[in-house]
Design a protein. Structure first.
Length: 162
């Protein structure tokens, strides 16, 4: 019986390591091949203190004014980019297709009163909240499947705040 438990534990460990490696590879692929998209912020709130820093809660213009009852639980925000790669919401859809030329997908999941695109929180060093108060955009890299990865906060001139 002990050897069965040991085998089960080892199989679980292998499965966990495989999942972590797969997830890391996917994120590296997004970093390398993803399209950089700027999402305009409508609110910047650095009031959630942590032990060694602050958590900034990001709210994006592309989700402003939504009627949450009309949205799918999971789906895609379809955006179109201007010449500076700033996103404008076009529509919501449940499946990744159809998509028109010059449109990009950002996958979302719906909460009770929010829409989560996976880039709603940003950790900053303690004491740097003033520096990030001028942020106007959150930048994400997005792959062809709508997976996104937050790259940082940017000012009104699309310069990364560091």
């Amino acid at each position: 019986m002990k050897s069965f438990k040991l085998i089960l534990i080892l199989l679980n460990l292998i499965a966990l390591l495989a999942f972590v490696n797969y997830s890391s590879i996917q994120k590296e692929k997004i970093l390398k091949d993803g399209k950089l998209i700027f999402l305009e912020l409508i609110e910047n709130n650095a009031k959630a203190p942590l032990i060694q820093g602050d958590m900034v809660s990001l709210k994006y213009k592309i989700v402003k004014g939504l009627i949450f009852d009309t949205l799918y639980k999971r789906g895609y925000v379809v955006v179109k980019l201007d010449s500076n790669s700033i996103a404008e919401r076009i529509r919501f859809q449940q499946k990744p297709n159809p998509i028109n030329e010059n449109e990009y997908l950002i996958e979302y999941s719906k909460g009770y009163f929010s829409l989560n695109i996976g880039a709603e929180n940003f950790f900053i060093q303690q004491g740097d909240a003033k520096k990030y108060a001028v942020s106007k955009y959150g930048a994400v890299k997005v792959d062809a499947n709508g997976n996104s990865l937050l790259m940082g906060l940017y000012d009104e001139h699309l310069k990364k705040i560091e």
